[in-house]
Each structure stands twice: as structure tokens, then as C-alpha cells.
Design a protein around this ligand. Sequence first.
Ligand SMILES: Nc1ncnc2c1ncn2[C@@H]1O[C@H](COP(=O)(O)OP(=O)(O)OP(=O)(O)O)[C@@H](O)[C@H]1O
Length: 594
Amino acid sequence: MKNKTKPDHIQSLYLARRVAGYFFKYKFRIILSFISLAIVAACTAGTAFLVKPALDNIFIEKDETSLLFIPILLVVMFALKGFFMFLQKYEMNYCGLKVLEELRNELYAKIICLPTSFFNESQVGMLMSRVVNDVTLIRNSMPEFIRMIRQGITMVGLIGLVIYRDPYLAFWALLVLPLTAWPFVFFGKKLRKIGRKNQKQIATITSLLQETFNGLSVVKAFAAEKLENKKFEEKNAGLVKIAVRGVKYNEMSSPIMELIGAVGMGLVIWYGGSQVIAGKSTPGTFFSFMTGLIMLYEPFKSINSANLSIQRALAGAERVFEILDSKTINVETQGHTVYDHHFQSLCFDHVTFAYPGTEEPALQDITLDIKAGERVAIVGSSGSGKTTLAGLIPRFHDPQTGQILLNNTPLTEFTLESLRKGIGIVSQDAFLFNASIAENIAYSQTNIDPHQIIQAAQAAYAHGFIQELPDGYDTIVGERGVKLSGGQKQRITIARAILKNPSLLIMDEATSALDTESESIVQKALDNLMQGRTSIVIAHRLSTVISADRIVVMNRGEIMDVGKHEELLQRCGVYANLYRIQFESSKADITHQK
Ligand SMILES: Nc1ncnc2c1ncn2[C@@H]1O[C@H](COP(=O)(O)OP(=O)(O)OP(=O)(O)O)[C@@H](O)[C@H]1O
């Protein structure tokens, strides 16, 4: 994925508009927040305004009414300021969190609907990082933007006050104002760049963690903990290095702003002091002016740090909208016809398919007809294209040339949901979710009666062992089903397929993962599953091959021959060879079973 193609300011405008669109829904809360912040700004300026009457009336003129009135006014102002400050912050953070929720949902919904080819090319950790981390940064953008406006209004109020108090003094104080623009722009740019790098590095670390934790048994088997530690330490050090640079620029901006402020202050003391000494101004006016000036420092500082946060948020927004708005990252396309789940025929018509980025097609000119009720075995050496062929049926990939017709209708014309719901897939990788057994069996189905789950488990020869588990059907299976054996997991996925009740079955037979005993139970479960259904089996067992209505022999992405076992042995050299290498060892078992 390309990172950025537009200049920073155009990209910023686009991102700001995109982010603002999400906040627009909460306009009333944002307006309330604005009103609150205007009141806060007025109270802040009002407090500075009170310093002059406090000094001149109480301390110089010794006026008793002012002595009572001014402290009460001060408390009221602070109370108002406190309340509206709370309201403003609460409303803003509420909006920020709701936008975060919506963006996360949208991003997840988009990612999960992307074609499988996208996941082949992208790191899962990188995607996770976008959903978890990058979106969080955007959440802060609006409150920070509001903070910027709030402090801007406060600043204007205070500047108005200092000009009102003494325009000449104000001239000296504000002479340095243009200088402040430089750190604002410079540090903003730096932090945006660092923000980008930081998010990228977090994504790399998330990918690494995800990969290592998934492959932990391999890491341990190869005693590669030290190696993995080193890899992690390197990435982590990279992240810290970026963060330290961020801290450097972040913390450097404040003293520089302060220095610029001090220059202004110095000019004021020099000019204002001389005015008081010459008797042209009162100490009250001067100190009120100075208070306003000192108070100006806070909004200056805040605007600067809000800008830095906004730059970081924009770096996050770049990564989020890169996925949401990309013209090349598209969700799966689909048709409008609803597949009625009555399988009649499946026809591959001169289908050729190459994986993205590869030259050699994984499937070449495949033509094959499958009729209702048939049991078709696909055999071939490793890499011959069996899994790829099976994956075209639920449209995990689409062929570049040729077409696949289901009941004489191109697959692309069906809605993906109806098509995939009508196909049962049992693969070697018996994937289970970290949920209860019942939930795993009933995955993706609603309103399922517990009896139906039990019946499916019985047909899959899983009911017995499930009952023996401490919580029965409510037992949580652990991530990827770690708490179950290979054969048990496989039987649960078979129960899941039985409950789904598809008219077309695609199976990638499990072989070496299971011992002979569980293999024979799994085989019985599969027989139950296949009963009365059309099935396409990527066959690794001789028994499946022999009992198939037809055997499709694949070699280097092409169909070499189609026929029955005996015929193929006679006429197909590839099959005869395959039989000798792969299946002959199980011949004895078959003879024994007979
Ligand atoms: N995601 C992918 N990206 C690129 N090439 C791929 C991808 N998956 C498979 N291939 C290639 O496509 C070809 C067919 O692979 P496929 O997995 O369909 O073979 P197979 O017959 O199922 O093999 P096996 O019996 O080992 O599972 C192989 O050359 C493989 O390298």
C-alpha cells in the first residue's frame, strides 16, 4: 500500500475534511461544547480584567464595596468557568469516543469483506494495528482542535485586554507574535513525520507478536527464543528511538515558545517600567497588563501542543483512510441472484487462474462438469492446484479467464452470502473459535435449537467426547481450539458442516495429522456428512479415491485425466505414478477392511 502521494497540506485538508465528516453527526454536542468554551474564555479574560479594580480600588483607594464585591465576583467566575470547562471536555470526549467506535466498526467491516488475496499480501498485524492503534489517534483530533479554538478565543480576548489597557505596551509585547509561527510550523511538520513512523513501527511490532505467538510451538521446538527475543528487541528499540525523537521535538517546542514570550515580556518591562517611572501610567494599569500578558502564555503553549497532537492524529488518519478510501482496496464484488441451495450442476468452463503477482498460472484451462449427487475425488501431487481449484467454488479467488457455472448461472451472479451459505467446507486446518463447543458447531447460524446441535455432533461422532468434557457443550475450546485433539477438532468442524446442511461439500481430507483410530472415526463422520450430498474431495486416502464416482487427476495446474480408479490405472501414467507413491501404502488397509 502506498503511503502518501499528495503534498502534506493538501493531504491534511483532505484528512481534516474526512475526520470532520465523522464529527458532524454530533454537531449539537459540539455546538454546546463551543458555547461552553466561549463562556470559559470570557471567564478567563474577566478574571484578568478584575486585577485592575482589585489593585486600584481595594489597595490604593481602599474602597470597601469593592473589597466585598470583587472576591465574590472572582469566586462566581471560577465556578462558572469550572462548570463549563467540565461540560466542554465531557461533550468533546464523548464525541471523540463515539467517532472512535464508528471508525473502528467501519474499518473492521471493510477489512473483513476484502478478498482473500488482500490478506495474502498484507500482514495481519498491520491490519490489527490500524483497527486498534491508529483509530485512537483520530479520537483526539477533535478535542484538540476545539482546544485550539478555545485557546485561540482566550488569546484574542486577552490580546484585546492588553491592547485596551495600553496599546503602546501591547505593541511591544505583540511585536514577537509573528516569531511564534515558526516553531508552530516546524515542530508540527516534524511530529507529523515522526507520528507516521511511529504508527508504522507499532504495526510492525504487532505483526511480529501475532506471528510469534501463533507459531510459538515452532519457536520452542527450534529453541529459537533467543533469536525471537533479539528480533523483538530490535523492533522495540526502533520504536523507542522514534518515540525519543518525538519527545525531543515535543519538549523542545515549549522552551522555544517560552523564550519568544520572554523577549516580549522583556520589551514590555523595559517600556512599561519607563512609563510608570515617568508618571505616564499607573502601577495598576501596568500589572493588569502584565497579568494579561502572563495569561497569554498559557493559550500560546496550548495551541502549540494541540497542533502537535493534531499532527499525530493526522498521521493516524492517513493510515485509516488509506484503507477506507483506497480505490484499489475493494470489498468483494457480488451479484444479485440468491442461490436457492438446490444443487444441480457445477461446470468449470476453460478456467485459468494465476495468483496475484505470480507469472505461472496455478490453474490452466480447467474444464470439468460435476453433476448432482456425484462424489468427485481430486488427486495430484503437492502444488498441482487442488486447493486452488476448490477455492474457486466459494469464490475465494476469481479466475482470470473462463467461467464457473453453478446450476448454469455464473458464480459471479450470485450473492456471496447465499453462495457461501450453500457450500460446506471441511479443510485440513480444523479452525475453531475461542468460544464454546456449541457456539463453534452453530457458527454463523441463528435460532439453532440445542437438539439440532446435539444431532449434528452425534452424526459427526463428536457427542461422546463432548459429553465427557467438564462443561459439555459449553466447554470453551481455547484459541484455535488448543484444548482439543486434532481428531476432536476435525469432528467438531464436521458437525458444523452437518448443521449447515449444504447441498455441495468441499473437503480437504486430513491425513497425517490423525492417528489410525481417530482417522477411522473421522472417516465415519465424513461418510455421514457426505450422505446425500454432492461432494468434491481433495483425496489423500485410497478408500476415498476408490469409492469416488469419478477421480480428477491434476498435474501442474492442469487436469490430466478424469475417470475411475481401474481405468486411470490403465491409461493415466500420472495417476499410476501417484498411486504407487501416495496410495499403495494404504492398499493393505483396504484389502484388510474388505
Ligand atoms: N496464496 C498464494 N499465492 C501465490 N501462489 C500460491 C498461493 N497459494 C498457492 N500458490 C501456488 O499455486 C500452486 C497450486 O497450489 P495449491 O495449494 O492449489 O496446490 P495443492 O495441489 O493443493 O497442494 P497440496 O497438496 O500440497 O496442498 C502452487 O504452485 C503454489 O505454490
